[in-house]
Ligand binder design. Structure first.
Ligand code: GLC
Ligand code: CA
Length: 544
């Protein structure tokens, strides 16, 4: 009695984003409500019951703002409105209200690094060199001879500078030329963007996912990046990988911005999770702030880019745990709208083990929609490609992010209940839909969906799994990984096999513990003597 009372008190005192789980929704792909083949906010509202049933604590909705869609909505032409194709502000308000009624928090995506070139700010900025908004973006004269002001390149290749004939200067865009970078060294820009945060806070949102959070400040002198001889990115980004991105990303002045943003968020009890592509864990950890006064969490993409074997996965977890500043709270991700789906990357059976890992590590998990069904990348016929990265690099299929952005599957009917059967969905649904849809998996006690839901339930009922300390357990076979999660009054032990064959383990930590969830969803045995046989790619969560 006393124990569960304590647990409750502790839960109330712990901010939701520490013990909760986040579910990422790509709004154009979740549920089409009005039958035009594009997912919308009203569709999300209809599916909130499902999200609550699954056991999720918060949804993060990728951009739903007005946009010319040069980058899937990450090119925003109005930061404080809803794209009419996706709904309106009243629907957004209804979404927040309904979500809150179900105990689900709402996190929205904020894109501070750039706007669309069709945003009124940029239209004004581009109109003349004397425009009061000229300095809201980064304009520079050509170098003698007419070339771009420096050597910076876009992630998919090509200069980050586009020449504007009318005023004879180049403007900066780290991404698409239709996504000009805002000049955060101009205080008015910071003010305007902080007002965008306030706008959504006033509408009741609980947090923000900050796009490209590691790049909003650049070198004030815009110096050339030096060449890189070090390791490449996890994907081959060609010329981009041949530079050290020291002047276009990760500038130390970023920290000042986040320190100034933090009180605005704290005043509303809201949290910020920033997109930080930084794989030097010490530098990554700096985004928490020296006094934990910057981002609540910088996204940790360690698992997203990991080589999938027991040793490297454990190494990443241990390095993150070591790098964290005192009191900082970790977070974990297996997939998002920019990366191949986990089931395609590592395989169906390992993806179940990965889900167990994600939901039992110390730190807030972010779960990408559809991964709870084991959705795989869907092949996109060339004529249906939407992603600008792919359109600009037709010879590099790995650049295409559409395969991981295809519609959520609700049923096995034509178009999976995502949109009416007679409407063409904006991206293809895929062929492997018979077993990979909510309806089929709901009734199957061993499905990926049942596993995900069971793990979320175990996580909720055993607080050590959400809030407990993490300690790796030694003495397991090289292709297995085991760890304990512990609070003073409760604990859990997780054992994961990455092997293609059965593995035997004997661990004193398992003595008298019972399987509370297995990736195979078919056992609840008690380990009296600490011995267990794991089948190929099996993981088990043990609780007392
Ligand atoms: C982030 C988004 C990605 C987008 C880019 C530019 O990396 O996740 O989808 O293309 O920013 O906004
Ligand atoms: Ca629609």
């Amino acid at each position: 009695m006393v124990e569960s009372h304590n647990a409750r008190v502790r839960n109330d005192l712990t901010p939701w984003w520490k013990h909760g789980t986040i579910y990422q929704i790509y709004p154009r792909s979740y549920q089409d409500d009005n039958g035009d083949g594009i997912g919308d906010l009203a569709g999300i509202v209809k599916r909130l019951d499902y999200i609550a049933w699954l056991g999720i604590d918060a949804i993060w909705i990728s951009p739903f703002y007005p946009s010319p869609l040069a980058d899937g909505g990450y090119d925003v032409s109005n930061f404080v409105d809803v794209d009419p194709r996706l709904g309106d502000l009243a629907t957004f308000d209804a979404l927040v209200e309904r979500a809150h009624g179900l105990g689900i928090r709402v996190v929205v995506d904020i894109i501070p690094n750039h706007s669309s070139d069709e945003h009124p700010w940029f239209i004004e900025s581009r109109s003349s060199r004397e425009s009061p908004k000229r300095d809201w973006y980064v304009w520079r004269d050509p170098r003698p001879g007419g070339s771009p002001p420096n050597n910076w390149i876009c992630i998919w290749g090509g200069s980050t500078w586009t020449f504007d004939e009318r005023t004879g200067q180049y403007y900066l865009h780290l991404y698409h030329e239709k996504q000009p970078d805002l000049n955060w060294r101009n205080r008015a820009v910071q003010q305007a963007m902080f007002d965008v945060f306030r706008f959504w806070l006033d509408r009741g949102v609980d947090g923000f996912r900050i796009d490209v959070a590691h790049a909003i400040m650049k070198d004030p002198e815009l110096r050339d990046n030096p060449p890189s001889t070090g390791p490449r990115s996890h994907r081959d980004f060609g010329d981009f990988d041949r530079q050290l991105h020291v002047h276009d990303r990760g500038h130390p002045d970023l920290h000042r911005v986040y320190r100034e943003l933090r009180p605005i968020l704290d005043a509303h009890g809201a949290m910020a999770i920033g997109e930080i592509h930084e794989y030097d864990w010490t530098r990554w950890a700096s985004y928490y702030g020296m006094d934990l006064d910057e981002l609540h969490m910088p996204f940790n993409f360690g698992l997203l880019t990991a080589q999938w074997n027991a040793r490297s996965v454990r190494e990443i977890v241990d390095s993150i745990e070591r790098a964290l500043p005192k009191g900082a709270w970790p977070n974990w991700v297996l997939g998002n709208h920019d990366e191949p789906r986990i089931a395609s990357r590592i395989g169906d059976a390992p993806a179940r083990v990965a889900m167990m890992l994600l939901l039992t590590l110390r730190g807030t998990p972010t779960l990408y929609y559809g991964d709870e069904l084991g959705m795989r990348d869907v092949p996109i016929p060339p004529e249906r490609v939407q992603d600008p990265w792919a359109l600009m690099n037709p010879d590099k299929p790995a650049f295409n992010r559409d395969p991981a952005r295809t519609p959520m599957r609700w049923t096995a009917e034509r178009h999976s209940g995502f949109c009416p059967g007679e409407t063409e969905p904006w991206l293809p649904i895929g062929d492997d839909v018979a077993a990979i849809n909510v309806q089929a998996q709901r009734d199957d006690t061993r499905s990926m969906l049942s596993l995900t839901r069971a793990l979320l339930q175990v996580r909720r009922s055993n607080e050590a799994l959400s809030l407990g300390d993490y300690a790796p357990i030694e003495g397991v076979p090289a292709d297995c990984y085991a760890y304990e999660r512990a609070l003073p009054h409760s604990n859990a032990v997780v054992v994961l096999s990455f092997a293609d064959e059965p593995r035997e383990l004997t661990l004193s930590a398992l003595r008298d513990m019972r399987v509370a969830a297995s990736t195979h969803m078919d056992r609840d045995d008690l380990s009296k003597d600490g011995h267990i046989v794991l089948r190929a790619h099996e993981g088990c969560v043990f609780t007392p």
